[in-house]
Design a protein around this ligand. Structure first.
Ligand SMILES: [Zn+2]
Length: 384
């Protein structure tokens, strides 16, 4: 495909405003690109909510399936802070500006360009590619969760997630546990505290226990470092001269594979129970969007093949890196033994910021990377 056409696909995708809604329009747009190849591309829509469709496109008829994962949604943009319209893909010098230019409409577009090029080449394909264009990644990986639950990932021989990594090989990242603890007490006048029950004290006891636990959790992952915990919000009390009847705190834990989420829940649940029993408190805990970490993939075949492609075909460093934030890999790790790699175009400097951009060179390298990766991955799988 001509670079001009490949760039048009990216700018078209940027112009579809998909801030936590509207992903079906991306699905419609992608569907129309594959119309000329209807005989060799199978499309499947998985609806999450009205206007919010995941789209799966499988090309090829036989052989090992390589998954391409790209989310259709983007984070919000404050138009007043931008130098260009965030929902118009704007070419300036050697960059494309727009919301999602890096995270990750460039990754999604590059995967689609690679698939269209493979189909247009009219060569017999020894394997298959399945694109998973998903909804709601930025707010909780809902789309990836849905396709995993429906078993639509089970037959993949490996999956590459096109999040912006500047075409470096992200082989591991931390997981997340968000929790919220609510404490209920009984209000009374502060001059008669014995008539009430202070809702704040049990939270302080809880915070201290959690603090001690994380102080002792010193195992360090070779690539990710230590697990971290941030006590992120605390709210409580009604006024200065009343015993508080309600209080709440939230925390954010960034997990590593050495500590299972199960053991962390067990610790937190036990802490709540102990305080409730010993101190006659009423604490409850709620977990929000927990996502497991991506364990080190640096020795899987997909990563090794991708590194070969980056170094030998594209003359890039193909560096192995560890990520900071969660990706859809948190959902895909639920499929046992499936090789996972996070690798996409997008320098990653401007993600979620005003004036987000991707360099044209990096994007076009991404298109080439995914196409070459498919050939080399199939070859490797079939050589077994
Ligand atoms: Zn992303």
């Amino acid at each position: 495909m001509e670079p001009k056409q490949a760039l048009k696909i990216l700018t078209d995708l940027i112009s579809i405003e998909t801030v936590d809604q509207n992903e079906s329009q991306v699905a419609d747009y992608l569907t129309h690109l594959f119309v000329p190849f209807a005989d060799r591309a199978q499309l499947k829509r998985i609806s999450f909510a009205p206007g919010r469709d995941n789209l799966l496109i499988t090309v090829g008829t036989q052989g090992p399936i390589l998954g391409f994962s790209g989310h259709e949604d983007v984070v919000a943009a404050d138009k007043d802070q931008w130098q260009t319209d965030p929902f118009v893909g704007t070419m300036r010098d050697d960059r494309i500006y727009g919301r999602g230019a890096s995270d990750m409409k460039s990754g999604l577009a590059a995967m689609v360009v690679a698939m269209l090029d493979l189909l247009a080449s009219n060569q017999p394909l020894p394997g298959r590619i399945r694109l998973l264009a998903t909804i709601g990644e930025e707010t909780g990986e809902y789309g990836a969760n849905q396709v995993v639950q429906q078993g639509l990932v089970d037959d993949l021989a490996g999956i590459v997630i096109g999040e912006p990594s500047n075409l470096q090989l992200e082989v591991t990242h931390k997981g997340v546990i968000d929790y919220c603890v609510t404490s209920v007490g009984l209000a009374s006048h502060a001059s008669k505290p014995e008539a009430g029950q202070n809702a704040i004290w049990p939270l302080i006891l809880f915070a201290q226990k959690v603090h001690d636990y994380f102080e002792q959790a010193t195992i360090s992952d070779p690539k990710l470092g230590q697990m971290t915990h941030v006590l992120s919000q605390i709210n409580g009390g009604e006024q200065i001269n009343s015993v508080p009847a309600k209080a709440q705190l939230t925390g954010n834990i960034r997990t590593i594979p050495a500590y299972s989420h199960k053991q962390i829940y067990q610790f937190l649940d036990n802490a709540i129970e102990q305080i409730n029993q010993a101190d006659d408190a009423q604490l409850t805990i709620e977990y929000r969007y927990p996502e497991p970490p991506l364990p080190d993939q640096s020795h899987n075949k997909l990563v090794l093949v991708a590194q070969g492609v980056l170094q030998n075909k594209l003359h890039l460093p193909g560096e192995i890196i560890a990520g900071t934030g969660a990706t859809e890999a948190c959902e895909y790790v639920k499929v046992p033994n499936m090789p996972i790699l996070v690798c996409g175009p997008g320098e990653g400097i401007s993600d979620h910021q005003d004036n987000e951009w991707v360099s044209i060179k990096n994007y076009l390298l991404g298109c080439q990377f995914y196409e070459e990766l498919a050939w080399q991955f199939w070859k490797d799988q079939l050589a077994k």
